[in-house]
Design a protein around this ligand. Structure first.
Ligand code: GRF
Length: 223
């Protein structure tokens, strides 16, 4: 059996995306190994989930660092020490400094709850409703210094229903987010999805539009 693909996960909160990655790995559906789960919040439920599965954890408090850059560089030095091939931001609620992001170009993913490039930043569900959008969704993208602005590789879509609230939309989207993230990490672990100087590639060919999550949980080229 090939060695598992080493990943580190950064999460600030609930950790349901982390849990989905762990569950897929435990089920034999995702050939990864977790080098570290790190958080900026010592009380993040994500850390408890990792601990319960015997995954090394790090809680690093941003207070006590003179600058955001200092914190980010220290955090990523500690992440790098665990030697992940990929860093996954799964609800990591901090804007990262460009100097910390640069060494991870093509090796860091984020999951964001909107159909990027729409609605970077916060309150995405509410903003989609306020705009009267007929559909909403979630995106996985490679991380660059621009917040929620790196190349999008995969998306999951849901229809907005009459009377939807932001909470209802978020709840309906979440299970799809989990499948989206697991499938995206799976493609990277398999060496099929990558980022080169011209943009994302799938099986060595340019990926011209984000992959779309099908109902069977697989990612497919956009129709
Ligand atoms: C998800 O909606 C993700 O898209 C966003 O933050 C949320 C994290 O949820 N970036 P969880 O902590 O994984 O449950």
């Amino acid at each position: 059996m090939p060695a598992p693909f080493p990943i580190a996960v950064l999460a600030s909160g609930r950790g349901s995306n982390l849990a989905a990655l762990i569950e897929a790995q435990r089920a034999g559906a995702l050939p990864v190994g977790f080098t570290l789960v790190a958080s900026d919040k010592a009380d993040a439920p994500a850390l408890r989930i990792a601990e319960a599965h015997g995954i090394p954890t790090l809680a690093l408090d941003p207070r006590g660092y003179a600058t955001r850059r200092d914190y980010d560089l220290d955090l990523f030095a500690r992440v790098a020490a665990t030697q992940p091939a990929l860093v996954v931001l799964a609800g990591f609620m901090r804007v990262l400094h460009a100097d910390a992001v640069a060494p991870w170009h093509g090796r860091m993913l984020n999951i964001h709850p909107s159909l990027l490039p729409k609605y970077r930043g916060l309150h995405t569900h509410r903003r989609a409703l306020e705009a009267g959008d007929a559909e909403h969704g979630s995106s996985v993208h490679f991380v660059t210094a621009e917040l929620d602005g790196g190349p999008v590789v995969a998306q999951a879509r849901i229809a907005v229903q009459p009377g939807d609230s932001a909470e209802a939309l978020a709840a309906r989207l979440l299970p799809l987010e989990h499948r989206l993230l697991v499938a995206s990490v799976g493609l990277i672990a398999a060496g099929r999805l990558a980022l080169n100087a011209d943009g994302p590639t799938l099986d060595g060919r340019p990926l011209r539009a984000p992959l779309q999550l099908r109902t069977d949980g697989e990612l497919a080229a956009a129709a």
